[in-house]
Design a protein around this ligand. Sequence first.
Ligand code: SAM
Length: 225
Amino acid sequence: MQFHVITLFPDLVGSYLSESILARAIKEKKIKVSFYNPRDFVKPNKSQKGKEKPYLRVDEKPYGGGPGMVMQAEPVVKAIEKAFKKTQQKVKKTKIVFFSPAGKQFDTAYAKTAAKKYTDIILICGRYEGVDARIKKIFKMEDVSIGPFVLTGGEIPAMILIDSIARQVEGVLGNFDSREEERIASHDVYTRPEVFTYKGKDYKVPKVLLSGNHKKIDEWRAKGI
Ligand code: SAM
């Protein structure tokens, strides 16, 4: 599975992928993550010519007025084109995700389908007031939300989708069938010691978990989901 992240802040996402399970999955080539910064597809404007570090503008004021700025279409379109060149060029096997608080709610079912159906997923991380909507007329893409709230950028949603979809790729988790999504896994978990004493009070592990009766344990766990 190849993820192609279009973002103004690649290091934000890169740092999350540099540790633990996802770092190992990348090292073992179970998944690949590439970054495309729209700023790399912008030429300095006249006022910036000759400056050592020219400011590369990727945003402009919104049409129709209102606060904030909007990410311009062209740099994002160029980044998508570059990402598309690196995919296996099979349109049917490539999904483009446009992060938006108003999008389709992401969930495990979405992750499973994506992992099964696609070889490449292009993730468009907006910033400011969002990205010029005309890019959705140029490329077929789906608006995806990670929940009913507004974040400052699409980078956390990108990390969430990479994490959750990567878990559905065989070999990323030690034991593929150990995914919580595939078994009766209560959200409350316990481990040693059997009795944990805190400020003179004993906190015990639920007896059923010590019974060895796996039918009863599954019933108990199923109640906790
Ligand atoms: N005005 C935009 C709108 O209503 O769609 C929101 C812009 S938001 C401040 C900046 C970016 O963060 C969005 O373009 C999107 O990429 C991302 N974002 C914010 N909240 C999100 C959410 N709940 N799910 C997915 N992406 C989100």
